[in-house]
Design a protein around this ligand. Structure first.
Ligand code: 13P
Length: 209
């Protein structure tokens, strides 16, 4: 089981780069384990194409087993502690969302799909140096009642009930950022009101294939 989950982390990291929302060794991927306080995470500074299941680091609380975890293990750890609804996390440096995050702007309700991140907007957290507790605290704040956020001058964090869901949300956030920037380039987008976004959020709660 753990071997399959380790491979699933690798497959998600490879898919993240293949989809065009990340490049090189930027970003990281993790998945919660059934054991309390435990999760698997990509190792730091390692090309995803070189990963084998044994290279995936197993965290037990703040203690790594079997290698050097991603430098961002703190926010992965803190999200799993604070958010029982989260089973997987994908962090990217996707281009358009990061461009917006470099302006320290959130994505407002310019499109109803913004609700896919769980609220009326997708917040941008404050800037802090990568790998720090301060960054983790800022990410946690921006994720309050949200499944994804932008990170100022850095990138994106997307969470989900599975690796596939977290990756799909990371892709959607990048798509929304691209649409928002395109709209801003030719005018001022008309924002949806709170009542409409609340209606969409309610419909999403019942939206199933
Ligand atoms: P790691 O290689 O340590 O995961 O760092 C990549 C990154 O994106 C840091 O924010």
């Amino acid at each position: 089981m753990s071997e399959a989950l380790r491979q699933a982390v690798i497959d998600t990291a490879l898919a993240m780069n293949a989809s065009g929302i990340n490049q090189g060794t930027s970003g990281n991927v993790s998945v919660r384990l059934a054991v309390p306080d435990a999760f698997l995470i990509t190792p730091t500074a390692t090309p995803y194409s070189q990963l084998t299941p044994t290279a995936i680091v197993e965290m037990h609380g703040v203690t790594p087993q079997g290698g050097r975890p991603s430098s961002e293990w703190r926010f992965h750890y803190d999200i799993y502690q604070a958010r029982p609804d989260v089973a997987a996390i994908v962090h990217t440096h996707s281009r358009q969302a990061t461009a917006l995050a470099c302006l320290r702007q959130s994505i407002p309700a310019f499109h109803y799909m913004v609700a896919c991140a769980g609220g009326r907007d997708i917040r941008c957290c404050d800037y802090h140096t990568f790998g720090t507790q301060a960054l983790s605290d800022a990410v946690l704040r921006a994720l309050h009642e949200r499944r994804a956020c932008l990170m100022a001058n850095h990138g994106v964090v997307a969470t989900g009930a599975s690796l596939a869901a977290a990756l799909a949300l990371a892709i959607e956030v990048e798509n929304l950022a691209a649409m928002y920037l395109a709209a801003c380039a030719i005018g001022t987008p008309v924002l949806l009101g709170d009542d409409e976004m609340d209606c969409v959020l309610d419909k999403f709660r019942h939206y199933r294939a």
